[in-house]
Design a protein around this ligand. Structure first.
Ligand code: COA
Ligand code: ZN
Length: 312
């Protein structure tokens, strides 16, 4: 298959997943699960957000989590920041990368960060200054890039304009967020081509949710377009608390399984990743959407006596 031979799988479960869980996951447990992901070979991890603890109490311990995880393995620890206050907290905690976020649609941006798209973009200048002084790179994420649960279709030109603003502000990459799983292969191809043409300087990351069951199909389209960075959540956790109908991200184990079967390198040990996902499920105490964590890889054999012979 044409496309990248090597892909970066960026784990976002500790942020996109834990932010929507009704129960606060104890800091020690978060640290242990993140260490397991890094042990499995994850090298880019969105470990938390420096947002208002009133808006997202589940991630109020971002600095403590970062202070506790093993940072000797070469993994890059990224966090979401919405404003200057978040950037100051993230810089003080010592993140490797900041990620600002804004929605392509006004109504989701208001729900998510209580301001207009323009106000968010203007506020990023302060984030860039604080990050620049601390020597920390910044990437930008565009939520509702493929459609908005409140407004419907989102024009590709809107996504392009915001990406151009990111580039002009000095950001080093753009992530297209599919907040409520509205992406389709047609939209993915259109948006990747448009950005390549209009903002060719910015590397693109794709962030899909599996809300409508075609998350990995969208990845296949991204691969055909040459995109080599994908964001996913272990065990298939995930969702935005401020979007109607948000459900899990594409699942990291399922994505890694598919990439490996396509002969694409990720540097990730699937077995260890599945062990981390099963641990996550145990911590949450309910069945999570990941499929390879339950079925195992394709060639994992089962003892023949495990299954009864059909008689009669
Ligand atoms: N970290 C910690 N506290 C913060 C903060 C930050 N990054 N930004 C603001 N606050 C605090 C302020 O200090 C203030 O505290 P006070 O009431 O004790 O004085 C309070 O939050 C309100 O501040 P304000 O600037 O008026 O913010 P707001 O109420 O308009 O909310 C956001 C704006 C962006 C802070 C809030 O909507 C938010 O954190 N959203 C994040 C949403 C999110 O994470 N979504 C999921 C990811 S897609
Ligand atoms: Zn998401």
């Amino acid at each position: 298959m044409p496309g990248p031979r090597k892909v970066t799988v960026a784990e976002v479960g500790p942020r996109d997943g834990w932010q929507i869980e009704p129960e606060f996951i104890p800091t020690e447990t978060k640290i242990q699960l993140i260490d397991e992901l890094v042990d499995a070979g994850i090298r880019v991890i969105e470990f938390s957000s420096f947002v208002s603890p009133k808006a997202v109490p589940q991630l109020a311990d971002a600095a403590e989590v970062l202070a506790g995880v093993d940072r000797t393995r070469g993994a890059k620890f990224a966090a979401l920041v919405p404003n200057a206050k978040g950037a100051e907290r993230a810089a003080a905690a010592g993140v490797d990368e900041m990620r600002v976020f804004v929605s392509a649609s006004e109504s989701h941006n208001r729900k998510n960060v209580n301001r207009s798209v323009e106000e968010s973009l203007e506020g990023f200048a302060d984030v860039m200054r604080i990050a620049g002084e601390a020597g920390i790179p910044v990437e930008g994420a565009i939520a509702t890039s493929f459609g908005c649960p409140f407004e419907g279709a989102v024009p590709v030109t809107r996504v392009g304009e915001i990406a151009r603003r990111f580039y002009d502000l000095g950001m080093q990459g753009v992530g297209l967020g599919d907040t409520t799983g509205m992406a389709t292969p047609t939209l993915v191809a259109e948006r990747c081509r448009y950005l390549r043409q209009h903002v060719p300087e910015l590397p693109i990351a794709l962030h899909f949710h599996n809300t409508r069951g075609i998350g990995l199909v969208n990845v296949m389209t991204g691969l055909a377009e040459g995109i080599d960075i994908y964001e996913s959540s272990f065990a298939g956790l995930g969702g935005c608390p401020f979007a109607a109908g948000a459900t899990g991200n594409i699942c990291t184990e399922d994505l890694v399984y598919m990439l490996h079967e396509l002969g694409i390198e990720t540097g990730i040990d699937l077995e260890r990743l599945c062990a981390a996902a099963l641990h996550m499920e145990e911590v949450i105490g309910r069945t999570l959407p990941g499929q390879v964590m339950k079925a195992g890889p394709r060639l994992q054999l089962h003892p023949i006596d495990e299954v009864e012979t059909a008689v009669g």
